[in-house]
Design a binder for this molecule. Structure first.
Ligand code: NDP
Length: 324
């Protein structure tokens, strides 16, 4: 089978190789992969910009969709369409940037009926995480009537999907982006306004004018700290990413004087039983236009070049990889 293989001796190497399928790791289901994607974490792994992989050789790719080729798990039969996001696949276990993967059946989700494999991967880990962020705002009591929602890293995979989901749910969304050229794209997804990230990446006062009833943050750092200082009384912030910085130079003031909530969002180990309903919701909410606007397609042998572009912030929306 063809796979992107990462290896590390003195330096990291990444190349497309022919691998004997007998080398696939243990697992009870083998999936013929049709589509995988390029997420921020994949780009960190493939370029070596982040310590994502600790055990080499490794096939990266934290998500995939395809068809069951062989199954020892009674929940899955040969020919069934499935998808996978998270569970350490592409980090600890060989991942989706290959023609086949052998995984635990526990990690697979049946493909929702009204979704194609390609659409599922345009959503991918990023879109699944965006849905979790929206649900975190809902759990915090944020409603479409309660005010504006800010979404950072707006042109990226999580940001683009979050804007679309929020807009479809009737929320008023303000996109925060470092790329003014993407204005029309962000408006087309449903943002009502776009603000430059430069308005938010300078140190802020502990409390600023109250502007947001909710925030979905994918970048961390000073931007997140500034937004926390601007959240309205009782507001909720869902933080899932660190595209700018892993640090959070904030004060406790917005928490103790404005009763705000900071909810972390983690997509990797969401229990299997909860996943089908989240995917059903994504399928119902995302309009057909989303897949055209936010999805672009590359081949497996273009992944390395595109991973470098993603790290340099030269990619818009989601990138799906046609594997076979
Ligand atoms: P993308 O690369 O697709 O998007 C990231 C976006 O962030 C870019 O498009 C850009 O938007 C903005 N950005 C990039 N670099 C910077 C910077 N230095 N300063 C400020 N903004 C920046 O990544 P994803 O959307 O897939 O992921 C976003 C984050 O969420 C990542 O940190 C990723 O690791 C994390 N993540 C976490 C998950 C979880 O389970 N917690 C799951 C999935 C992702 P613009 O050009 O509009 O400014």
């Amino acid at each position: 089978m063809k796979a992107l293989l990462l290896d590390q001796h003195e330096t990291l190497s990444a190349s497309i190789r022919d691998i004997d399928t007998s080398q696939l790791p243990d697992g009870d289901v083998i999936v013929d992969i049709h589509w995988s994607t390029l997420n921020y974490k994949d780009a960190l792994a493939i370029t070596g910009k982040g310590k994502i992989i600790r055990q080499f050789p490794m096939v990266p790719g934290i998500d995939f969709a395809g068809v069951v080729h062989h199954s020892e798990d009674p929940r899955f039969h040969i020919g069934q369409h499935v998808l996978l996001t998270g569970w350490g696949v592409g980090e600890t276990y060989w991942g989706g940037l290959a023609e086949q993967a052998r995984v635990s059946g526990e990690w697979l989700t049946p493909l929702p009926q009204a979704l194609s494999s390609r659409q599922a991967m345009i959503i991918g880990t990023a879109g699944f995480t965006a849905m979790l962020c929206v649900m975190a705002l809902e759990q915090g009591g944020v409603t479409p009537e309660s005010g504006d929602i800010a979404v950072t890293g707006a042109s990226g995979g999580v940001g683009s999907t979050a804007i679309t989901l929020l807009s479809q749910l009737g929320y008023s969304v303000v996109a925060i982006s470092s790329r003014p050229d993407n204005r029309d794209y962000l408006l087309s997804l449903g943002a009502k306004d776009i603000l430059p990230v430069s308005d938010f990446n300078q140190p802020s006062r502990p409390l600023e004018k109250q502007r947001w009833t909710g925030v979905i943050d994918t970048v961390g750092g000073t931007v997140l700290a500034t937004l926390l200082a601007q959240v309205q009384y009782n507001g909720t912030v869902a933080a899932c990413g660190m595209a700018s910085d892993i640090h959070l130079p904030a004060t406790v003031m917005p928490f103790i004087l404005r009763n705000i909530r900071l909810q972390g969002v983690e997509s990797v180990t969401v229990p299997s039983a909860k996943r089908p309903a989240i995917w059903q919701r994504l399928q119902k909410l995302l309009p057909d236009s989303f897949y055209q606007q936010a999805g672009s397609e590359i081949a497996l042998d273009q992944v390395i070049e595109h991973a470098n572009k993603l790290i340099k912030n030269q990619i818009i929306g989601r990138t799906v990889v046609k594997v076979s």
